[in-house]
Design a protein around this ligand. Structure first.
Ligand code: BGC
Length: 442
């Protein structure tokens, strides 16, 4: 007998997500400008195996075929990002009509296939010309971003309703400017905090620009949330958990929803704290129509130490613990402590050691288990009162995993990079059933 179904509300959005640099390729096709990720990948020693996003999944050319795959999956929405230097090669000034045409065709193709487009304006590929100006630590970049947002809304706003300004400003600022692991590869905490402040200001300016052109637009932002948790009652552990929340999650959420930085964290940054001008925080705290949460895993602390590996837990190929209940706890905390707008899970998924088997198929039972566990936990969070509207699996396709190059596979669909052949993994077929039933087997 089939297991009972854990049903989702009617109209729940079932999607998959990608990002321009990770799938498009065509890095210098038809007038596209260079991005900081092009430059970073072309610098020897930065990326595993010397990989680059030059070709990636060549989605720039396979776009309509990829939409057909989405349709086969039965997705009701697709989250993708626009490459800023593809449409404005130098970040400001002249536009590239071929770039705009590409996104125009993508959106038309999605709508014709009955998929709602969720557009992200920035998923880390800053035009190199603006990088040369100083990148996100330079305040002028905020205004250029708002101009670019306005350009996109003028072009697509008649058909696109959901606009996300930024994907994971925390990662852009801290991995790019403090840890050196992402473009532009700098290691300076003060610059990173200034970059983070400007990313948030650029969000505020862009939200205003989007609404001025398309008052009906739904405007949101996507934050990465990798919570630190403890299972002890030790005050020391509670303090670590709270400090991590303030520095990683609250650092972005509080200015957006409360118009202030978490006071203790601000003080702790001392001379590295960002320079904040009068009016900046009010600008950042624009009304949000939705908040996107990217969740993959958690950190666990006990007795003041990070526990890794957590006994009994499984880990993904990213070496991230698989622990879905942390997602429910996270969503409940957001709902309890903040005046939170409707939520979407804008990314969740697992990197697995996928291989094409002798039968020509890709069997990925661990990804199916991962997704089932997380779907179940968000459904429970909804019972707890969390207003969750949809879920986007990361990712539609295997793709370029930043500093890890092509060594990590997150896709529902396997990509053979030498032929660009796409193969549905078992998880893709399983997800198609979840969508068709609007529910998960219990
Ligand atoms: C990013 C994606 C990335 C994924 C897996 C998120 O931080 O938005 O671009 O591929 O995590 O690492």
């Amino acid at each position: 007998m089939a297991d009972p179904i854990l049903a989702f509300p009617e109209g729940f959005v079932w999607g998959a997500a990608t990002a321009a640099y990770q799938i498009e390729g065509g890095w210098n096709a038809e007038g596209k400008g260079e991005s900081i990720w092009d430059r970073f990948c072309h610098t020897p020693g930065k990326i595993h195996n010397g990989d680059t996003g030059d070709v990636a999944c060549d989605h720039y050319h396979y776009c309509q075929a990829d939409i057909a795959l989405m349709r086969q999956l039965g997705l009701t929405a697709y989250r993708f990002s626009v490459s800023w230097p593809r449409v404005v090669p130098n970040g400001c000034g002249a536009i590239n009509p071929a770039g705009l045409d590409f996104y125009d065709r993508l959106v038309d193709g999605l709508l014709a296939a009955n998929l709602q487009p969720f557009v992200t304006l920035y998923h880390w590929d800053l035009p190199q010309a603006l990088g040369d100006l100083g990148g996100w630590p330079h305040r002028d970049v905020c205004g250029y971003f708002a101009d670019y947002a306005a350009l996109m809304v003028r072009r697509l706003g008649d058909r696109v309703r959901h606009w996300t300004t930024f994907n994971e400003p925390h990662v852009s600022a801290f991995l790019g400017y403090r840890d050196g692991q992402h473009a532009p590869g700098l290691q300076d905490e003060k610059l990173a905090l200034q970059a983070a402040h400007h990313l948030l200001m650029a969000h505020g300016l862009a939200a205003q620009a989007i609404r001025a052109i398309a008052p009906q637009a739904q405007v949101g932002i996507v934050l990465d949330m990798f919570p630190t948790e403890t299972d002890t009652d030790l005050p020391e552990d509670r303090t670590i958990v709270e400090r991590a929340w303030q520095k990683e999650i609250g650092w972005f959420l509080d200015p957006l929803l409360r118009a202030c930085y978490p006071p203790e964290a601000l003080q702790a940054y001392g001379p590295h704290a960002p320079h904040i001008q009068p009016g900046d925080l009010a600008l950042i705290a624009q009304r949000l129509d939705f908040l996107g949460v990217n969740f993959y895993s958690r950190n666990l602390v006990r007795n003041g130490n990070l526990v890794k590996p957590v006994p009994g837990s499984e880990y993904t190929e990213m070496d991230w613990e698989i622990h879905a209940p942390a997602l429910r706890r996270l969503l409940v905390r957001l709902q309890r402590e903040y005046s939170i707008p409707p939520l979407y899970i804008t990314e969740n998924g697992a990197a697995c050691p996928d291989k094409v088997g002798p039968d020509g198929c890709v069997h990925d039972p661990r990804r199916i288990n991962y997704l089932r566990d997380h779907f179940t936990q968000v459904r429970l969070a909804m019972d707890d009162g969390v207003d969750l509207r949809g879920y986007f699996v990361w990712s539609l396709l295997d793709n370029f995993e930043w500093s890890y190059g092509y060594s990590k596979r997150f896709g529902l669909i396997y990509v053979d990079y030498s032929t660009q052949r796409r193969i549905f993994k078992d998880s893709a077929r399983w997800y198609a059933q979840v969508i068709a039933r609007n529910g998960v087997e219990d």
